[in-house]
Ligand binder design. Structure first.
Ligand code: MG
Length: 293
């Protein structure tokens, strides 16, 4: 099932979208009385699932604005740094990684940080450049895992039962701020630095542990990997986080980016105004954003 957060005639609507992304049905029309957002849909999904079957022909998606699918998460987006071997190496070698220990090739435990909800923007929205504080903008294509079932102390063996679905995230980063402030929060949390979407695709339709993650900048393929290459896989991330933080429906985990980011090049290739970042995750969707003013 493909779900979207839309703006239709000025109103925000959570909707079911057909597999070709041409038609939508508002959840409120399929389930009379439902008027919640995506997080509330995820919370109530076990009870509503049977009713999410269109009986009419639906409405053309072209008449709606597609927003970030979870634009108001109840807390920060959980993020994982240096979670692909080749990216961990390129980051270490770039000189931008003030978190690495000398000679470190891969972290011994997941590197976790968060991005605030205020950083989230939708597909097609322009990413602000924040020229007063940064001149080193970079992209990071990542699979976003959406938690469905709440849980604490979730074991790896049971972890995938807690996954509701998947989305696409660009963990946009100001490398100069990331380096200067050592902790990554600021450099990854400026307004507009979390493009997300266009959809949440439910876990029954996607093998999140074995899907291609690709990223192009102005049509040039820069990142090309597969989530099977994660250093810490999705069950490990869920086990690690939930050991001390109860995961909640609608929580989002950005699982890390593969090699090929701008600082992986010599010299680094930072993004400029007008550059277009296109991220495609197999069976999940295509997220495209231009760098704006
Ligand atoms: Mg990242």
């Amino acid at each position: 099932m493909k779900l979207a957060n839309l703006r239709v005639a000025g109103q925000k609507v959570v909707a079911l979208v057909d597999s070709d992304s041409e038609t939508f049905w508002s959840i409120g029309a399929l389930v009379p009385g439902f008027s919640g957002d995506m997080v509330q849909l995820v919370q109530q999904y076990p009870d509503l699932k049977a009713d999410l079957k269109p009986k009419t022909s639906g409405t053309p998606l072209s008449g709606a604005e597609v927003l970030a699918p979870i634009d108001q998460p109840r807390r920060n987006i959980f993020c994982v740094g240096k979670n692909y071997h080749e990216h961990a190496a390129e980051f270490q070698n770039s000189g931008f990684d003030s978190s690495a220990q000398n000679g470190e090739h891969a972290p011994e435990a997941p590197v976790l940080f968060t991005k605030p909800a205020s950083a989230i923007i939708g597909p097609g929205e322009k990413i602000p450049r924040h020229t007063s504080v940064t001149s080193q903008l970079d992209y990071e294509a990542e699979l976003g895992v959406v938690i469905g079932k709440a849980g604490r102390n979730i074991s790896k063996a049971n972890a995938m039962d807690h996954v509701f679905g998947y989305t696409v995230i660009n963990d946009f980063t100001a490398r100069d701020l990331q380096k200067l402030h050592r902790q990554w929060f600021l450099g990854k949390s400026l307004d507009g630095f979390c493009p997300m979407g266009p959809y949440v695709v439910t876990a029954d339709e996607v093998d999140g542990q074995n899907i291609d993650v690709k990223c192009w900048v102005n049509g040039e393929l820069r990142q090309n990997s597969n989530t099977s290459q994660l250093i810490f896989d999705i069950p490990t991330l869920i086990e690690t986080l939930s050991a001390g933080i109860e995961l909640q429906p609608g929580d989002v985990i950005a699982t890390g980016t593969p090699a090929g980011v701008g600082i992986g090049f010599t010299p680094p290739r930072f993004l400029q105004k007008g550059d277009v970042v296109r991220i495609e995750i197999e069976n999940v969707g295509v997220l495209e954003n231009e760098v704006g003013e």
